[in-house]
Design a protein around this ligand. Structure first.
Ligand SMILES: Nc1ncnc2c1ncn2[C@@H]1O[C@H](COP(=O)(O)OP(=O)(O)OP(=O)(O)O)[C@@H](O)[C@H]1O
Length: 477
């Protein structure tokens, strides 16, 4: 059999039959020097074109400086550079936001590309098992782009043909350690590509204060805290259902209250109704006047949920054949049913008949409610299936600190932990409850890659202020 193999060592390769009576040695075909030269020249030109395409600014600066030095001498080059740096720094000083955007972050991205990622790329991906050797030749995924901001590096990678993003998810720990980052999250924006997100500094290390009330009534999305990029994070509440899971003290309350806070102006003008189910009586009762309906006993909770189902069915009857989605109006406001510790009403409920009524109403609301403007936002500590069998009916899910790694995928869906949603690693400090509280991974229906967010802390004083400012009870639905 004729087999092509590169390398001079092939000459020494022999293989034998088990009794060594027959010895095979490969045939070596010598490649003419001209072919080798042409191939290397081609690679050089292709590499140069690629470098100019990917790093135009760096190439222009390097090329310009080299030309200046060779034509006018290094002294002139130093003067031109000095003048250029002063002009750019004065401009960046006058317009800092533009300076950061157009100078500082691109320069940092380039530096991180050169110093951290390009320098170590081949060795790290090889050790992480993401490189391949095919017919004696090594292949590595293509490091295409690095974009850095104050908090994270986003590394865009063209995968090798035939690779899947799951392989990168499995190797996320190796990549994080390899590039000296605290973690690595994987997302795949399009087939054949992955984006590796390496946090450099934690934007979410500090407590996020309660968000300001919206200037105008908003119903669809609510500013609930801060994203990993240091920007406000808006959670969609209308047209979906949200499940919030976290161990005790993880800060579930901060999600519930941040949503309530963001919806208060809309509630005041009659576009939103807040219905609260508070079986623990420890959380939502504190802001009782902010809710249009409030229930604490299991019987009242069952009745309220069935009431929400009735509203939902009445709207469905009216909308049938007329419209396909809900637009909040004073007549048909968006109803958000907020359930704190839903397991009290489901798994831990002793009365079987009551439990069945509650489960049936919750299942009906979560399967049919969103199109007619009835949403459910439920919080719970224990995400196991026997505790909340309908957890998959919540399109959007939030995992705060969880006790066990398996719980992450139970809340966020399969593969979420491999993709970097390390909710079981969120910091905690028994001496300081604010450490790690509110820090969460969010997985949305329309964006399956988990994102890291910290919910704003709505303190007791904030809730008192909300009650003072917004407790005018409007006509309940
Ligand atoms: N977003 C946050 N930022 C900082 N600290 C927070 C945040 N949320 C909560 N905390 C702190 O953590 C404590 C516990 O929060 P919270 O009661 O909301 O947790 P929980 O998940 O609802 O717990 P449980 O299930 O036991 O009720 C709060 O008293 C507060 O000190």
């Amino acid at each position: 059999m004729l087999r092509k193999m590169p390398g001079a060592e092939v000459q020494g390769v022999v293989s034998t039959t088990p009794d060594t009576s027959v010895v095979f040695s490969p045939m070596v075909v010598k490649t003419p020097a001209i072919v080798v030269i042409v191939v290397w020249l081609w690679r050089l030109v292709a590499g140069l074109v690629k470098a100019v395409w990917r790093h135009p600014v760096a190439c222009v600066l390097t090329g310009g400086t080299t030309t200046l030095v060779s034509l006018l001498g290094w002294q002139t080059a130093v003067i031109v550079w000095g003048a250029g740096v002063s002009v750019v720094s004065s401009w960046a000083g006058l317009w800092p936001a533009a300076g950061m955007r157009w100078v500082v972050w691109p320069a940092l991205s380039w530096w991180r590309w050169v110093w951290v990622y390009r320098r170590k790329w081949r060795s790290v991906v090889a050790v992480a098992g993401l490189g391949r050797v095919v017919r004696g030749r090594g292949y590595a995924p293509d490091l295409v782009r690095v974009v850095s901001d104050r908090w994270v590096d986003r590394v865009t990678v063209k995968m090798l043909d035939g690779q899947s993003d799951e392989e990168y998810a499995d190797a996320s720990g190796n990549l994080a350690h390899g590039f000296g980052a605290a973690g690595c999250r994987i997302s795949s924006p399009k087939p054949g590509w992955v984006v590796l997100t390496f946090p450099r500094r934690d934007a979410l290390a500090k407590v996020v204060a309660a968000r300001p009330y919206p200037d105008a009534p908003v119903v669809t999305t609510v500013d609930v805290g801060m994203g990993e990029n240091g920007r406000p994070y808006r959670l969609q509440v209308h047209g979906t259902h949200v499940l919030i899971a976290g161990a005790t003290g993880s800060g579930k309350g901060s999600w519930l209250w941040s949503v309530v806070r963001g919806l208060l102006p809309a509630r005041q003008v009659g576009l939103v109704r807040l219905w609260a189910l508070d079986p623990k009586r420890m959380e939502l009762s504190f802001g009782r006047p902010l809710f249009d309906r409030y229930a604490a006993t299991p019987e009242d909770c069952a009745e309220m949920l069935e009431g929400a189902v009735k509203v939902m069915q009445e709207r469905a009857d009216r909308y049938a054949g007329v419209r396909r989605s809900h637009v909040p109006t004073e007549r048909d406001p968006f109803i958000l049913v907020i359930v704190d510790e839903v397991a009290f009403l489901t798994a831990y409920q002793q009365d079987k008949a009551l439990r069945a009524r509650i489960m049936a109403a919750l299942a009906t609301l979560t399967t049919q409610g969103r199109a007619v403007g009835v949403g459910v936002m439920a919080a719970l500590q224990d995400p196991r299936k026997d505790v909340l069998s309908i957890r998959n009916l919540f399109p959007d899910r939030v995992a705060l600190r969880l006790d066990e790694p398996e719980q992450v995928d139970m809340v966020l869906g399969d593969g979420a932990r491999d993709r970097g949603a390390l909710a079981d690693h969120i910091a905690r400090d028994p001496a300081d409850p604010s450490v790690g509280a509110g820090v969460s991974y969010v997985r949305l229906e329309n964006a399956p890659d988990p994102i890291r967010v910290r919910a704003a802390y709505v303190s007791d004083d904030d809730i008192r202020h909300m009650v003072l400012q917004y407790s005018t009870v409007s006509e309940a639905v």
